[in-house]
Design a protein around this ligand. Sequence first.
Ligand SMILES: [Zn+2]
Length: 336
Amino acid sequence: MKALMYRGPWEMPVEEIEEPTPAAGKVVVEVEAVGICGSDVHGFTGKSGRRTPGIVMGHEFAGTIGELGPDVEGYAVGDGVVVMPLFTEAPGGDPYPINLSPHRRLTGMNEHGAYAQRVAVRTTQLFPKPAGLSWQRAALCEPMAVTLHAARITPINPMQKVAVVGVGPIGLLAMLAARLKGAGTIIAVDRSAHRLELAEELGADAVINVDETDAAATIREMTDGGVDVAFEAVGLSPTAQLSVEATRNGGNVTWIGNNAPMIELDMQSIVTREMSVRGSYGFDETDFAAAIEALSSGRLNVDPLVEKVAPLDEGPELFRSLAAGENDLVKIILKP
Ligand SMILES: [Zn+2]
């Protein structure tokens, strides 16, 4: 079968690789749609160190069951499924939520993922795809779950003011997740005019281009001292710092961005203003089910995020142009 094989920094050709076979408790999924994730693009450049050569990436996906492992019950060949890429392999059961488990693993990082025609996954990773959920939206359930999780662990009261720093796919979906939780005014911050336009289309009340103004000062002025809650969806020093500075004394800051391992930050600003800063990583089964419900019910308008749908063969060039910063497409879906 065909797959995008990560061979090393900036090198991920389409290769013919061995077909996956379903072991006990697993099924083979024929991939119908898989989203290109920023973490994969970052991994592709070799800078994040979170992708190892010899791996097929791809963790935002849905498809049709093509083959059942021995003893698999409750599923049939032809069933549509949305796959939760996080899993744990803790011996004797896992007392932790899946995203906090020391044994957590990710399909597409620790084992072959879905930039391929077929992929083997555990039945514990399967969620039935509702009939009303398109393949395209099904591929957005994973990033949606990431942002619903971030919203869930962040205190947001009805009509509180929220800033989202960085409105790539995760930031845009975080806006929608904050809305679901009752956010009032939402301010989107980015340096891409295109992404800020999309943020407006998806319901941001105000957008700020960091290259045109002092974003933290502008937000504090607009909100009388800062937003109640900020989400950071980039993962670099300046954006982490901005997320803190844009938030009022005693406010809540949630970091979803995962990029630079070490960042520089004004610690005094956090201590003397009693800021609560928390990390948010992944999701659990509840968040994943909520994401499927949110997208299949049509409650959230996520379709504008998908700016390109392409076959697997275009993958290598798309990765190259994304990593080189030559294209600003928000979400690309591959159809292997
Ligand atoms: Zn992702």
